[in-house]
Design a protein around this ligand. Structure first.
Ligand code: NDP
Length: 467
């Protein structure tokens, strides 16, 4: 290693979840590490993603909690919600977290460079603010992603994305959210719970592709019960501004819908534009994502990439895991591949989704003999509250080996439940292990260990027994 030939042993571009973790861990090995960030430290997750989103979800849940409390004997006259107050408090918390991220980098001995950095060829990195060029033995690209602006849509520039949704000056009266993935579904729950007339516009047959169909259908039904409109198998062909400042979206079929805001949540694109990848001949795929091998290395020997700038799983914990594997591989000489099996995930819809492993449809294609265990019920808390909202739990089991292949929950605290289910499913738990686990009573989660009879047995994709 000729580390001293260069200014740094490792230069990280992008101080999001993945970049920060890699920089800190590498610096702790004694390496000379710098991380450059053109925006704010913390990246999508902390600044304009998971964290502020969860704060908005919490805020939006109080409305229903106030309503539910009446059945429990509470009364109130004057519960009011103020969006600007929430946004100001959220911004204060994000600024606090950013400060912590900065402090932790400093504590680890990482040099933080608040400038845009681009590849300048070979081992050189150009810092666009100061005009300096520095060099590094190794370069890690962790520039993340950004909302797809959907340029094919006429009038797309009039629409907002999640980036702007976090900073709206006022809550709109009516919003249409285009897309049927995580962001569309989560923001629909937030806006609707805050009293905004909300529509999801999704091009496919059912929202939340890739999730278990039972969850998708029940969430759809519960969203409609809350008054969220869901229009599937349709898209806008054009968006235009009306004289009153509102927007008109015209569907491909010709009819139209007016809303105060239209939000595009049609996926995220990798942040690779203008990064200088071509100077080193770094390969990208057709979306522009950086291609990497199993160890996050690009086709260029001294350049690696992690997180959303690669086309793997766009999840914060996955980017952090990739960062840790990168440091193990490169700085500890312990080649470690990121492990993408049984990654639990949550959608902070209302009700929430928590899931790990195979969906029933996926298992039907891959596994000959399946047993499905499913229950749908009204959680106890909803009884006195007078709320009809249901909860769903489902286990997808390999009927030959008894292994639990997938676990899916829709309902209160499903994300928390998925974290724990994730451990057992990852460990290879069998249905018998679930059965011999004592229930925690009275909880909703106890249903997971008390589903004794399969609701369906499936052989080679066909249901052969149904309860
Ligand atoms: P998703 O990939 O989840 O969803 C994108 C949606 O946009 C899909 O419904 C997709 O349809 C639709 N879409 C894509 N292109 C078009 C188009 N040209 N016209 C109309 N619709 C289109 O992306 P999100 O933007 O919701 O979120 C990005 C990623 O961020 C997620 O995949 C997730 O990994 C991560 N994330 C995670 C969260 C969490 O962990 N709770 C929260 C938020 C984001 P189709 O289904 O047909 O492809």
């Amino acid at each position: 290693m000729n580390a001293r030939r260069h200014d740094y042993d490792l230069f990280v571009i992008g101080a999001g979840s993945g970049g920060v973790r890699a920089a800190r861990l590498a610096a702790q090995t004694g390496a000379r590490v710098a991380v450059a960030e053109e925006s704010r430290v913390g990246g999508t997750c902390v600044i304009r993603g998971c964290v502020p989103k969860k704060l908005l979800v919490y805020a939006s849940q109080f409305g229903e909690a106030f309503q539910d409390s009446i059945g429990y004997g509470w009364s109130y006259d004057d519960a009011r919600f103020d969006w600007p107050t929430l946004i100001a408090h959220k911004d204060r918390e994000i600024a606090r977290l950013e400060g912590l991220y900065r402090a932790n980098l400093e504590k680890a001995g990482v040099e933080l460079i608040d400038e845009r950095a681009v590849l300048a060829g070979g081992h050189d990195i150009h810092l666009q603010g100061s005009g300096r060029t520095v060099s590094a033995e190794r370069i890690l690209i962790a520039t993340g992603g950004r909302p797809n602006p959907h340029q094919a849509l006429e009038g797309h520039e009039l629409c907002i994305t999640s980036d702007e949704a976090f900073h709206l000056e006022k809550l709109p009266e009516k919003i249409v959210i285009a897309g049927g993935g995580y962001i569309a579904v989560e923001f629909a729950g937030i806006f609707a719970s805050m009293g905004v007339e909300t529509t999801i516009l999704y091009r496919g047959k059912e929202i939340l592709q890739r999730f278990d169909m039972d969850l998708r259908r029940l969430l759809h039904a519960e969203y409609e019960n809350k008054g969220i409109h869901i229009r599937c198998q349709d898209v806008f062909g054009r968006v235009e501004r009306l004289d009153n400042g509102w927007l008109r979206g015209t569907f491909l079929g010709g009819d139209c819908y007016d809303a105060e805001q239209i939000m595009l949540a049609v996926g995220r694109l990798p942040n690779t534009a203008g990064l200088g990848l071509e100077k080193l001949g770094i390969e990208t795929d057709k979306r522009g994502s950086i291609c990497v091998d199993d160890y996050s290395r690009t086709n260029v020997e001294h350049v690696w990439a992690i997180g959303d700038v690669t086309d793997r799983m766009q999840l914060t914990p996955v980017a952090i895991h990739e960062a840790m594997c990168f440091v193990d591989t490169v700085f500890h000489d312990r080649p470690t591949r990121p492990d993408y099996d049984f990654v639990p995930t949550a959608v902070f819809s209302q009700p929430e989704i928590g899931t790990v492993g195979m969906t029933e449809d996926e298992a039907r294609k891959k596994v000959d003999h399946l047993a499905i265990y499913k229950t749908v019920f009204r959680p106890m808390k909803n009884t006195l509250a007078g709320r009809s909202e249901r909860m769903l739990m489902k286990l997808v089991v390999d009927a030959d080996t008894d292994k639990v292949l997938g676990a899916h929950v829709l309902g209160p605290d499903a994300g928390e439940t998925a974290q724990l289910l994730g451990i057992s499913v990852k460990m290879g738990a069998t249905k018998a292990d679930f059965d011999r686990t004592m229930a925690v009573h009275p909880t909703a989660a106890e249903e997971l260990v008390t589903m004794y009879k399969p609701t369906a047995v499936i052989r080679r994709g066909e249901v052969v027994e149904a309860a």
